[in-house]
Ligand binder design. Structure first.
Ligand SMILES: Cc1ncc(COP(=O)(O)O)c(C=O)c1O
Ligand SMILES: *[C@@H]1O[C@H](CO)[C@@H](O)[C@H](O)[C@H]1NC(C)=O
Ligand SMILES: *[C@@H]1O[C@H](CO)[C@@H](O)[C@H](O)[C@H]1NC(C)=O
Length: 487
């Protein structure tokens, strides 16, 4: 291979024709290329090196982030993988998008990293402009305020606090009184209220202490951790194709909504009110379970009727993968959700909220960083590219072809594959058991397709917004090859 060697202080980097002088790849491979087992010998050696000094049990492979480009991940062993998992659905434009790389030399980004602000007290002079340009420009319709945070979990954690503060402020008709301030220090009522948040079986909202009480996807997240006594309702479990199972699916909606309303009413009677309901548009980590627009519309009206804050967790669905910028746009709600949570493809964590949820007292929603302006510089650029190149619309179109390709796979292997479903490129299907699912993932990786699992026995697609028809063709080719091997 045509490579030139260049000495950089302290290390040598090999430069191939597809890499610029800075050592960062500038073009996308045309095919996967796997020449070792994955993880390969280099990844394994790195894991052995890291293990004594850091936790490693979930490390799958080490990645060469200089060599990776576009839809292709290059691992430490030089294997090139077509990546439809994309850092757990979190890179909007894939690896090393040239315009994003260029924006890394923006002085605003440099100073934000080198002199990182304590945002709650000392924001940058241009921070309001950054929020406006990046976050407000894509705000869900009807929501005009936003709060940045660090990640999806911290956004959820602070959204729950905001909902509780709102609930109590409305109940009292004003800010905390002396008896609230005194009783909260001994964790007694009224300062420490007996409020709860309702969430759903199969939900995933993060792994912090409070978020674990609303997360019900898998035991591995929850075991050994004390939990708050908060109510849980069932989330619909549809059968596909939807139009063939209308009766079953509508009954699912009815049963789940009935449970939600009952739980809210019972808790109210017991004077331990449900202050908020939190829900994912598509339960992702829990197995790509969809809810219908009708389910969400009615869920919102149950919340409205009982004065419960309606929180939509778009950490994984937000930013375009479902074919609309926000998944909840596809529900045609009469009014916006009270709060919308984001992270992943939005590059910064945070939440949009209705004006009435604004917390007026300082330090109640607060920490040192509360976000990171450098992320807004990168997000601003990503959004510019997404809008200019029509990537959300593109994702919708490529997604339709992806779904059709997966339906063909299901038709070819009806004993093995079921419930093919998806919106945009946010697609999934079920295998007959976890073992078969894991074998299929393994076979795909061996053929150069990096794909993710979710739930008990599902496979999920989470490509970047730069996933094109040519990447889709390769994806389906490899998937079919792997299926032939495994089934
Ligand atoms: C719907 C949802 N909420 C919250 C989270 C937690 O976000 P983070 O991992 O950024 O803390 C995730 C992460 O996968 C998620 O999918
Ligand atoms: C695949 O990778 C191997 C090892 O890096 C390399 O020798 C080979 O030329 C590559 N094949 C193609 C088709 O790029
Ligand atoms: C909160 O509710 C629980 C469960 O009903 C109850 O045991 C507890 O006493 C309540 N706490 C307060 C302070 O009322």
């Amino acid at each position: 291979m045509n490579s030139l060697r260049l000495l950089v202080p302290g290390r040598q980097i090999a430069l191939h024709n597809s890499r610029s002088l800075s050592g960062i790849a500038t073009s996308e491979p045309s095919h996967p290329n796997v020449s070792t087992a994955i993880p390969g010998p280099k990844s394994k050696a790195l894991k052995a090196k890291m293990d004594p000094i850091h936790q490693t049990p979930s490390v799958k492979m080490f990645v060469d982030y200089e060599k990776s480009f576009g839809n292709y991940l290059v691992d430490a062993d030089g294997n090139q993988l077509l990546d439809v998992y994309m850092q757990i659905s979190s890179l909007p434009l894939g690896y090393n998008h040239p315009e994003m790389v260029k924006c890394a030399s923006d002085p605003r980004l440099i100073t934000s990293i080198v002199s990182r602000p304590a945002l709650g007290s000392f924001p940058r002079h241009d921070f309001p402009a950054m929020i406006e340009k990046a976050l407000i420009s894509v705000a869900p319709k009807g929501l005009t305020s936003v709060q940045t945070m660090l990640c999806g979990t911290s956004a959820n954690e602070n959204a729950l606090k905001t909902a509780f503060i709102h609930y109590q402020t409305r109940k009292r008709g004003g800010p905390p009184r002396l008896q609230d301030l005194e009783s909260c220090m001994t964790q007694d009522q009224p300062g420490t209220p007996n409020l709860s948040v309702l969430s759903f079986n199969g939900a995933f909202h993060g792994r912090s202490l409070a978020c674990l009480s609303i997360t019900r996807s898998k035991p591995v997240h929850k075991v050994d951790i004390p939990a708050l006594d908060w109510p849980i309702a069932n989330f619909p479990r549809y059968m596909y194709p939807l139009e063939k199972h209308e009766t079953h699916n509508q009954k699912q909606d009815e049963q789940c909504l009935g449970q939600v309303e009952k739980l809210i009413e019972v808790r109210k009677k017991e004077q331990r009110d449900v202050a908020a309901v939190i829900v994912e548009p598509i339960q992702s980590e829990g197995g790509d379970h969809h809810g219908s627009p009708n389910f969400f519309k009615r869920l919102q009206s149950v919340c409205k009727k009982h004065g419960v804050v309606f929180i939509v967790d778009e950490v994984q669905t937000g930013g375009g993968p479902t074919g609309s910028f926000w998944a909840h746009e596809q529900w045609n709600l009469e009014s916006p959700p009270d709060m919308v949570i984001f992270s992943k493809k939005m590059i910064t964590g945070g939440y949009y909220f209705k004006e009435e949820l604004r917390v007026n007292e300082p330090y109640r929603i607060y920490n040192t960083w509360m976000g990171d302006p450098s992320k807004l510089v990168v997000l601003e650029k990503a959004l510019e590219v997404i809008k200019r190149d029509g990537l959300v619309e593109k994702t919708k179109n490529v997604g339709e072809n992806l779904l059709a390709g997966l339906q063909k796979l299901e038709a070819a292997y009806p004993q093995q594959v079921s419930n093919t479903r998806g919106v945009g490129t946010y697609c999934a299907f079920d295998l007959k058991d976890a073992k078969t699912r894991d074998q299929l993932i393994e076979a795909c990786i061996t053929e150069g397709l990096h794909i993710g699992g979710c739930g008990d026995a599902s496979i999920r697609f989470r490509p970047a917004l730069v996933f094109d028809q040519k990447h889709l063709d390769l994806t389906l080719e490899i998937l079919n090859k792997a299926a032939k091997k495994v089934f």
